[in-house]
Ligand binder design. Sequence first.
Ligand SMILES: Cc1cc2nc3c(=O)[nH]c(=O)nc-3n(C[C@H](O)[C@H](O)[C@H](O)COP(=O)(O)O)c2cc1C
Ligand code: SF4
Ligand code: SF4
Ligand code: SF4
Ligand code: FES
Length: 620
Amino acid sequence: MLLYSHEPYRPRVVVGMGTCGIAAGAGEVMQALVDQGQARSLDWDLTYTSCLGMCHAEVNVEITLPDGPKIIYGNVKAKDVPALVEKHVLAGQPVMELAVAQEGPPQRLVPGIPHLSELPFFAKQSRGVLRRCGRINPDSIEEYLATDGYLALEKAIAELEPEDVIAEVKRSGLRGRGGGGFPTGMKWEFTRRAQGDKKYIVCNADEGDPGAFMDRSVLEGDPHAVLEGMIIAGYAIGADEGYIYVRAEYPLAVKRLRRAIAQAEEWGFLGENILGSGFNFVVHIKEVAGAFVCGEETALLASIEGERGMPRVRPPFPANKGLWGKPTNINNVETYANVPHLILMGGLNFASVGTPKSKGTKVFAITGKVKRTGLAEVPMGISMREIIFDIAGGIQNDKQFKAVQIGGPSGGCLPTDLLDLAVDYDSLIQAGAMMGSGGLVVMDETTCMVDVARFFLNFTTKESCGKCTPCREGTKRMLEILTRICQGQGRPEDIPTLERLAKVVKATALCGLGQTAPNPVLTTLRYFRHEYEAHVQEKRCPAQACTAFFIYAIDPQKCDGCTRCLRNCPSGAITGKVKEVHRIDPEKCTHCGTCVEKCRRGAIIKVDRIPSASLLKEGA
Ligand SMILES: Cc1cc2nc3c(=O)[nH]c(=O)nc-3n(C[C@H](O)[C@H](O)[C@H](O)COP(=O)(O)O)c2cc1C
Ligand code: SF4
Ligand code: SF4
Ligand code: SF4
Ligand code: FES
């Protein structure tokens, strides 16, 4: 891991100001620090970085004193700022309650605070793409340059012919990080060899998977690395113009990209005659409304051209006939961000990490029912178990792991049995899922897998562009069946019909959206078929998540008549007197769950609506 260390001659305070940090209150923390600095006339460097990836511990603030270690604080609130300034900045005493980690030379470390690399969240990570994220000021080209920025471009232009760059990328084994995993070097070679007086480089920053935020974090945290990767690709392919296709929902990423482009132009890394080589390259940002289907490469190109974002039949592939009919190379944000360090370390070194067919590292956005949500970059081939249990700390609230959804709506749900599966492109495809762009949603025992399939199908049905019949009609029909099953109206023929439909849509849809939309259905049918059967045949949701199948009831053994549930029920469904056991009227209850949260005695329980369980008689 690259450690960007300042040796400050005065206190240095850095606030994590990615979108995530700002959402957690980093703006208020920064303002409180500015106020403290002014009130106390502090001579310090107060600056910001982006996101270190510890979603579970935002807001992050780092304080480094001259001769001291860098102390990283987590979960900082504006109210904590006076103590941080008074105790740490002014008196040199770290605030132990908020300190989560530290970095620095061994002789400077403070006892009682773990080193950042020892934190379970970081210990198994291997940071290449994220090496500057949360460590440098993303708006400062100087900090990028101080951490080997643009050295790879200099090396490529000064020492390598375009073909040598492509050979290096091929040697690295880098595969596209946007979902499909196509070998990047091969794609560059196709585009270089394609006939055309004009060629384009496109960066796909659409990031439409629900729950995914890898690309946003890279763009916000290290925009120059993405630009540098694109410029090197332009040099290798013979393109002089690039587009970054990014959704307007990412305003901070767009702002930082615009600034980075202006800086790179000023420093001569973009524009005409780059580094005196005669090579010209410009980059435009295409800010768009954001639609899942527009992440598909041919729909994306149509959208840049001003057409409706609908996929086109391939071949011809963009490498031969892309933007405005010209040869075009499209890669994902993370793919480009891998290029500069790949060129610097050499393809073979890059390929020394990972599995035989999946090289390097992959960034994952870990969300769902884990203790430590966040952004983690891991070597390919790591097991799902290591990501979920070692890095993310396992399941919250002592619940059982049930499944992990990898690859977003195009991916699949993998069960406990596959926790030891190596995370690489090919193993995941074999298991019926896919790497996707890096979204990982972890689910616990309270999640209904039929409902999860319904959720993703609902998403893909809405996002389907409607151009081809299998996807337009097939996703709708599948969604109808799943909805029916979740509402307790499943019919015996539904499961085989669903399975057949899913296979047909997968085999016949025009683009990747339709071809992968059935994956959540097929994997849940493959690994959790018993849940479908319980819904249809027994009219029971084993996870007690689908509201059609259960009612809330009050356990008379536990209820002490405190009235909290009654007072908070928005539907007037609860009756009872003080110090007497309360009752819920299932006809009035809307399953909002408020009473469960409010009851301090855990007296409100779920009971199967169909009295297969004897509990019903006891509880209701
Ligand atoms: C429905 C759909 C959505 C996609 N969304 C994205 C996306 O948001 N970002 C991305 O990089 N690739 C996305 N892709 C994959 C792209 O079509 C394309 O393969 C990718 O940008 C190529 O870059 P790579 O080789 O670096 O992965 C999507 C594909 C499909 C079918
Ligand atoms: S598969 Fe779906 S999203 Fe793709 S072209 Fe067909 S209708 Fe459109
Ligand atoms: S789940 Fe909501 S509506 Fe039902 S009884 Fe509890 S608070 Fe009332
Ligand atoms: S909140 Fe719990 S303990 Fe209190 S009356 Fe309701 S069910 Fe009984
Ligand atoms: S902490 Fe930044 S994305 Fe989670």
